[in-house]
Ligand binder design. Sequence first.
Ligand code: NAD
Length: 478
Amino acid sequence: MKNYENFINGRFVGSESGERIEVRNPATGNVICTVPESSQQDVDAAIASAQAAQRSWEKEPAANRARLLKSLAEKIRQHVEPIARVITEEQGKTLGLARVEVEFTADYLEYMAEWGRRIEGEIIESDRPGETILLFRRPIGVIGGILPWNFPFFLIARKAGPALITGNTIVIKPSEETPHNAVKFCELLAELDFPPGLINVVHGRGPGAGRALASSAQIGMISFTGSVDTGSAVMAAGAKNITKMNLELGGKAPAIVMADADIDLSVRAIKASRVINSGQVCNCAERVYVQRSVAEEFIDKLSRAMRATHYGDPLQDETVEYGPLINEAGYRKVERLVGSALQAGATLRTGGKRGEGTGGFYYEPTVLAGCTQAMDVVRQEIFGPVIPVVEFDELDEAIACANDSEYGLTSSIYTRDLNVALRACQEIRFGETYINRENFEAMQGFHAGWRKSGIGGADGRHGLYEFLQTHIVYMQRY
Ligand code: NAD
């Protein structure tokens, strides 16, 4: 078993604290490695290194910054398989999905590199004769990136890519559940000609290292991905410094299935959306509203598709469609939500209990029919392979139920009727809507949640501009 360290100023360095966190394989419970429980001093050292590096990095032409990001993407492409295995071992996703995650990470860094020559300011008409008004977009300084465990490798790039191309530097705190892939990322960085301090990684738990990062006066922006409760704690930690917040939080995506929909397509897409990463994806369909006249056909087909889902230890069997849940707390939450739905009158159509496995946190693919809007399983993020289904009569009712949520990340509708699709687009109050397809965002889109699902967003031009601040200059000729 290996003991890994933080990556600060271009080197692996031991922690001040001496305390270690054990990282486990959720499929077996076995300890994989340890990382430090970083202290305030460790976090401060990482921030100081990022600050020192930022001064010269922002002066570097963006085309040179882009070249460096592309070299990192290239390096990642040469190591897809070993990194994918590390992700699967600590996080539990299938190897196929882990490979996609690594490839997507390289694509994302290349995509962000391409923005280097496209960062633009504005020239604005003045009210005064002889005056020119110029708006520049400037880097913010040091970004603090706090990551969840569900797409841990990709999320490093989603923070570091836009941060670096815009002239910022970054300190990243990976999730304590999945730090090993971040160590691999740093090993690749160390092999490249990267100026030290551009990307620093400190390990640790949320209330320690995470809080130290979020509450630092030297951090210009926190880019956080995780749950609503933690997002709120991170905001509170940054409040005294008025730190800019970029928050990607939880979701409870509604999927509306109309009577005229292609039922087979909706079943395929919703099942895929529910079993990918064992249902632990912020943007995936978490509750289904199906029009009553096709409800039985839809529920029957969905239950059969879910029942046929093959799950298990993804390192032992490459054909599994999903692996274990991340940890016991995740498993208990799924169990509680299914239990309370059954008590409140929902009907179990398939699943509903612990899955077979070798001591890991597996949950059976589960379909709950006869659910109501009041049930916790329809209102709270499940983050497991469970689909609650609610029936409705009119589109108005489905849209009202979909919007009746504290979350506002993604949504979807299945219909052949263009008018219905357009109405849903106009009336559904979410940051993202998918029509007749599974939920999965594109890097050139803009992934941003409404309500408690977040502040700001990621990806595309709008996501890039989150990492810049404006500077307006008034130039008077005399
Ligand atoms: P989490 O909120 O438990 O933890 C996220 C990170 O915050 C971890 O690194 C953790 O150590 C850190 N943290 C915890 N307490 C902290 C504190 N007080 N101060 C600073 N940092 C702290 O989330 P998770 O369980 O890792 O991830 C699952 C959640 O993430 C789900 O709710 C999911 O919907 C959400 N998520 C959202 C998106 C998105 O794009 N909107 C993407 C992926 C995951």
